[in-house]
Design a binder for this molecule. Structure first.
Ligand SMILES: C=C(O[C@@H]1C=C(C(=O)O)C=C[C@H]1O)C(=O)O
Length: 381
């Protein structure tokens, strides 16, 4: 036997080591959870004291009790990734800590997160990726409903798709922001893998209709043209809904992801049918409160300029002058009068940074409508 094949330590010894490490991990997890519970008590005390102070001074601040702190969670995730020495991958370590924080936070207060349902959509996968599996994810029938549930306080946060690397912006989400009081509290990206799904037992049934959300149909258009030319395609409210239809209706196939496949116990006829191999969707987290700076943030704003030459240049010039990186700009019809537009501008930095305060003041002077949608930590996982 060559030297490299000679076990240095016996299997029994290794398993004993693992058992002893597990005991330590277990103990540390519960010690961490106890700390998080104490944090909750401190937050409660500070909140009660602030309320008391307010009632004495008759001020009308709308201070909220905030258990969940997006900026702190982003810092924890960035720190563990930066400190990771392997052999586990940085992303793997971040996912594990994501779940640990989610479980700790659930001891403080289980959060309810609204997403575009039904069960099994990419929006639900995004909600669980961002908040971890200890949150209660609450399906909604439309993006507008997600906004409404958060705005009226029935859910703590919402998750909405905002752009896809193949298909571009999700106009419904951008339009919803224009009149919404909600703030952007976070962002995340999700790799979108699409499968062609039918009911179990439907392998030999001819496919007469292919259903999916319009984004998923668009993201797999070339594949569907090549493999199912002439078969009717129907855009439905979500991929989850398409999966539900495929489970119930003979001859219906759905284009949807793994979660929908499991949720409705479907049969996969073809995997990864998306036309772009790196098909990715970016989601935003919406909430009612502003988020403090994490040290690595983005800011989004919606602005409308006077219809005159150089107006867009005037809006963008302050970024160039201050050397601030723009990460995205979109245009939508203003919906107040024809041929007027609003711009969604997204850039690096937090609205409390002095450099950004100056830029925002400058832009506000050159705009007829101006709203900061929020400053939030850059995606950490
Ligand atoms: C523990 C805290 O509260 C929550 C739980 C966190 C955690 O488990 O690390 C981090 C931020 C908050 O969402 C805190 O604010 O520090």
């Amino acid at each position: 036997m060559s030297e490299s094949n000679t076990p240095l330590v016996s299997l029994d010894d290794l398993r004993q080591s693992i058992d002893s490490i597990d005991t330590q991990i277990h103990d540390l997890l519960n010690r961490r959870a106890s700390c998080a519970k104490q944090v909750a008590e401190v937050k409660l005390r500070e909140f009660a004291a602030a309320q008391q102070f307010e009632s004495n001074t008759d001020s009308s601040s709308s201070q909220q009790l905030l258990f969940y702190r997006p900026e702190r969670e982003a810092q924890v995730l960035s720190r563990v990734k930066a400190a990771n020495k392997g052999p586990l991958a940085d992303d793997t370590v971040a996912f594990i800590f994501r779940e640990i924080m989610s479980a700790c936070l659930a001891l403080e207060k289980p959060m309810e997160v609204a997403y575009l349902g039904p069960l099994g959509t990419f929006s639900q996968a995004a909600a669980l990726k961002h908040f971890g599996h200890a949150v209660v994810s609450v399906p909604q029938s439309s993006i507008d409903e997600v906004f409404a549930k958060v705005a009226n306080g029935q859910c703590h946060y919402g998750v909405v798709p905002v752009e896809n690397s193949t298909e571009g912006m999700v106009s419904n989400t951008l339009d919803a922001f224009i009149n919404s009081p909600l703030k952007i509290c976070g962002e995340l990206e999700l790799r979108i893998r699409l499968n062609l799904l039918v009911a179990k037992g439907g392998k030999d049934t001819p496919i007469t209709r292919i259903c999916a959300h319009q984004q998923a149909l668009a993201q797999s258009r070339q594949w569907l043209d090549a493999h199912f030319p002439g078969v009717e395609r129907a855009a439905v409210s979500s991929n989850g809904e398409a999966a539900r239809m495929a489970a119930e209706e003979e001859g219906v196939a759905a284009v949807a992801g793994d979660m929908a496949e499991q949720q409705y116990d479907l049969l996969q006829l073809a995997a990864n049918i998306e036309d772009q191999p790196d098909n990715t969707t970016r989601f935003l987290i919406i909430g009612r409160e502003d988020v403090a700076a994490s040290g690595s943030d983005k800011t989004s704003l919606v602005v409308s300029a006077r219809n005159r030459p150089g107006a867009l240049f005037k809006l963008l010039e302050p970024f160039q002058k201050a050397d601030v990186m723009l990460t995205r700009i979109d245009t939508r019809p203003s919906r107040t009068e024809p041929w007027t537009y609003v711009f969604f501008i997204e850039f690096e930095g937090h609205r409390d940074d002095s450099k950004i305060i100056d830029i925002l003041n400058d832009i506000e002077q050159h705009s007829i409508m101006f709203k900061v949608l929020g400053s939030y930590p850059k995606a950490a996982i």
